[in-house]
Design a binder for this molecule. Structure first.
Ligand code: 0O2
Length: 203
């Protein structure tokens, strides 16, 4: 049985609605300011296999309730921005969205994880006309949004590929190197932001 049960179609619809919404925001922002709000955007409904593994890892039964209430990332969006300030600009716009409540914010940019992971995570609760897993109509569904700069995304993608959830030999040395690279990239992000501010001041 599909872990998302009869809610799978609603998850797909929510993902499409949010992708359209954010792409439209980017287009109107660009028209107004001549700058892009974000560089690119990706989204996915977490695969059943990955959601099942996550539930097993947490000792949860393989039910739609575990997938949609005990976990809050069945629908995930990743917004990749050019500059750090753009991330906070996106967050302001998310704050203003109708039919969406911000349930949790985790700022791994100001407070990077010990391994060097940097990103800003938001958990949203979105109201939709369809029924939810509690039998409520209109329903509420959770969405996880990860916001990062290109540099943060590069690091996280490569670290995910190489290490996250994998066993690694020379663990200590590899972790130290990854942390060092993360700090260097963070310093580049700050420098690029400073350069942008200087250019803007001149114009
Ligand atoms: P995947 O395979 O990317 O989907 P949760 O695990 O969601 O119940 P938690 O631990 O509070 O709750 O979540 P957190 O810290 O907000 O992290 C959620 C997601 O952020 C992860 O999802 C990853 O996508 C990403 N993430 C967090 N820490 C790291 C990290 O150290 N390295 C990388 N590359 N990504 C990270 P999943 O479901 O764990 O994994």
């Amino acid at each position: 049985m599909n872990i998302y049960g009869k809610y799978q179609d609603t998850l797909d619809e929510i993902l499409n609605e949010l992708l359209t919404r954010f792409n439209n925001l980017n287009t109107s922002y660009q028209k107004e300011t001549d700058q892009r709000l974000f560089e690119h955007l990706i989204g996915r409904v977490k695969s059943e296999k990955s959601m099942e593994e996550k539930c097993k890892r947490k000792g949860l039964p393989l039910t739609p309730h575990s997938a949609l209430r005990e976990n809050r990332d069945s629908v995930g969006l990743r917004i990749v921005c050019n500059f750090i300030d753009d991330i906070y600009q996106c967050i302001d716009l998310i704050d203003q969205m109708p039919d969406v409540d911000i349930v949790k914010k985790k700022d791994y940019i100001t407070n990077a994880k010990a391994n060097g992971y940097r990103s800003y995570h938001i958990i949203l609760s979105m109201q939709v006309p369809e029924e939810d897993v509690d039998g409520e109509t209109p329903g509420h569904y959770y969405i996880e949004i990860q916001l990062r700069t290109i540099a943060m995304d590069t690091w996280a993608s490569l670290e995910h590929e190489m290490k996250y959830k994998h066993e690694v030999k020379n663990e200590k040395m590899i972790s130290k190197e990854l942390k060092r690279v993360s700090d260097e990239l963070a310093s580049c992000d700050v420098s690029m932001q400073t350069i942008r501010n200087l250019i803007r001041e001149e114009n």
